[in-house]
Design a protein around this ligand. Sequence first.
Ligand code: GH3
Ligand code: MG
Ligand code: MG
Ligand code: MG
Length: 312
Amino acid sequence: FTKPVKPLDLMLAVDELTAPAAEEPLKVLVVDDEPEAAAYHALLLEEGGMSVHQVHHPADALNAMERFSPDLVLVDVYMPVCSGEELASIIRQQPEHLGLPIIYLSSETDSQKQISAMSAGVEAFLTKPVQPEELVSAVRLRAERLRLLRSLMTRDSMTGLYNHSTTTELINKNLAQAHRDNSQHAMAMIDIDHFKQVNDTHGHLAGDQVIITLARLLKSRLRLSDIIGRYGGEEFVVLLKGINAEKAAPLIDSLREDFALVDFHAGEVRFRCTFSAGISSFPAQPSTESLRLSADQALYRAKHHGRNQVVI
Ligand code: GH3
Ligand code: MG
Ligand code: MG
Ligand code: MG
């Protein structure tokens, strides 16, 4: 759980931190009434490094989209019951799939029919049989563009952490799940101490470096499943999943100790920084709002009692 990190490591590889999450393969939903065709195209995309889910009935597509959350949908045009065009218009009417790229893949070669099919708002029309490289590159280009767009909308560009609204949304979702399976979570509100003074003394760029370094520390030391958000300027919120406040406090405290040892540089001047944190836990606090309020009150006590400490 607590990988030891040498303070110096935190200063490196900031690019890695701010790059959009590239770990997960691009996800493609293939909708084709012919199982062989679906399997063949899925195979090509998988060979291109993507993760693919296939459905053979258009009626199953929406359900699959919900569960699989694809970065792109590849749709056959001629299918019984519901054509690819009809499916595309249904997808386009759903706000949660706004911007999701759809590509048609069909044996239709009549350009007039292709143009009319594209009016549902799809990105491209590929004709069967498709060149494997053409399929893979057409899909990758558009799926990556969506990934980038999503990342711009949900993440803070300076640190790569979730932005305020996404953090809240994700915590809400996790609490709803925690209510169902009786799990416990802890929340930590983390705020850099005397940060205004850091800016005033060492300049805004040095201040930015402090924020980026703390973000990197949180990312490298917490679990992948934990939710880490930049809540405001120099304020971070973490949802530590599956542990209570008594377990979360020493964990955050060890981060506090390590952060306090990082040497920052502003020209020739070296300086150090600390943070304070307040911890609350679910289900004692049953909502995002009460978790936040309780963690905020604990943070206030930490500040009031001299900063550079973690308080429950
Ligand atoms: P406290 O110990 O009580 O938290 O004091 P503080 O000075 O950290 O708190 P305060 O809220 O007064 O100041 C926060 C400062 O953070 C003010 C703001 O200019 C600065 N800040 C906010 N966002 C950024 C940023 O992205 N970069 C830099 N360099 N500074 C920022
Ligand atoms: Mg068909
Ligand atoms: Mg502060
Ligand atoms: Mg603050």
